[in-house]
Ligand binder design. Structure first.
Ligand SMILES: O=c1[nH]c(=O)c2[nH]c(=O)[nH]c2[nH]1
Length: 287
């Protein structure tokens, strides 16, 4: 029996970078969290402590800040591609880079040229992989909380000796959308593509009369792909943020689906992948 080193990667996680673009008195803000993971010919550092192929994670951090300053407020996908290509193309020991970027949105306060308030509408995300030849790009949104106060049912499910859930013909459906979508090519109008996909997700949530969150998931993925020819696959994670009708009968009060206990745990977690049947191979995109 011998013990061998398996897959490995290393990097600097969650670099918090705020880049202010100042053209005269009106400022723009780009607020991002950047994580880098590199892999390649790194056996030596693990097996013998020979660090001659190791680019320090501290250098990765500096590079993230330097690229933010040099390239300004570019779309997060473009910034991630620049970083991923830099690490692989400049370091002989590095064969693969994964760069993840979250963008935290700020809205301008009124007409104020330099005052901002954090936007609540979810966090834009991207993940880029580059292997020295090809690049793969995922974009997405997370922490986008939505609720339908009707138009949702859940009934006709399996019932066994442990089932107590009452069938629902009119319930609250709430979830925190975590969605990622894969671009068929590593180039495009990233900003427009993001807005179109996010709008499609929300419109599908609004328009679907839901018989399960699973059905809503498929409708959301389908609508994104129908509206966005540049995308080939959507993966969704939808926690079911249960709202239980509260029993107010002990207080002599009727409750016709008006007052709910919003439970935060446990929660159902509905996950699914929706893709075109001719989608190109995903390679390492989701890893
Ligand atoms: O939309 C739902 N899907 C389920 O699978 C499920 N299971 C459950 O208890 N409630 C729900 N709701």
């Amino acid at each position: 029996m011998s013990i061998v080193l398996g897959d490995n990667r290393y990097g600097k996680c969650e670099n918090r970078i705020v880049r202010i673009t100042k053209q005269g008195p009106v400022h723009q803000i780009k607020d991002i969290t950047v994580s880098v993971a590199l892999s390649g010919d790194l056996d030596a550092t693990h097996l013998t402590g020979d660090n001659s192929g190791v680019l320090p994670t501290d250098t990765m951090k500096n590079t993230c800040f330097a690229f933010a300053q040099r390239h300004g407020a570019v779309e997060i996908e473009e910034y991630a591609l620049l970083l991923a290509r830099h690490f692989v193309d400049s370091q002989p020991s590095i064969g693969h880079a994964r760069v993840e970027v979250d963008e935290h949105a700020w809205d301008r306060i009124g007409q104020g040229p330099h005052s901002f308030v954090r936007t609540g509408g979810g966090t834009r995300t991207c993940t880029v992989h580059y292997d020295g030849t090809a690049a793969w790009v995922l974009s997405g949104v997370k922490d986008l909380t939505v609720l339908n106060s009707t138009d949702s049912e859940f009934w006709g499910y399996v019932k066994d000796e442990y089932t107590t859930l009452a069938e629902a013909h009119d319930r609250v459906l709430a979830t925190e959308i975590h969605a990622q979508w894969r671009h068929a090519a590593a180039s495009g109008d990233w900003g427009k593509s993001y807005e179109r996909a996010k709008t499609a997700l929300l419109e599908a949530f609004v328009r679907t009369h839901s018989r399960s969150l699973q059905q809503t998931l498929f409708e959301m993925g389908t609508r994104v792909l129908e509206e966005s020819p540049e995308l080939c696959e959507v993966r969704l994670k939808l926690p079911n943020k249960h709202h239980f009708r509260y029993d107010t009968a002990p207080f002599g009060l009727d409750n016709p689906n008006e007052t709910f206990l919003a439970a935060d745990r446990p929660y159902g977690l509905i996950e699914g992948d929706v893709r075109r049947d001719d989608a190109p191979a995903a390679g390492p995109a989701w890893t």
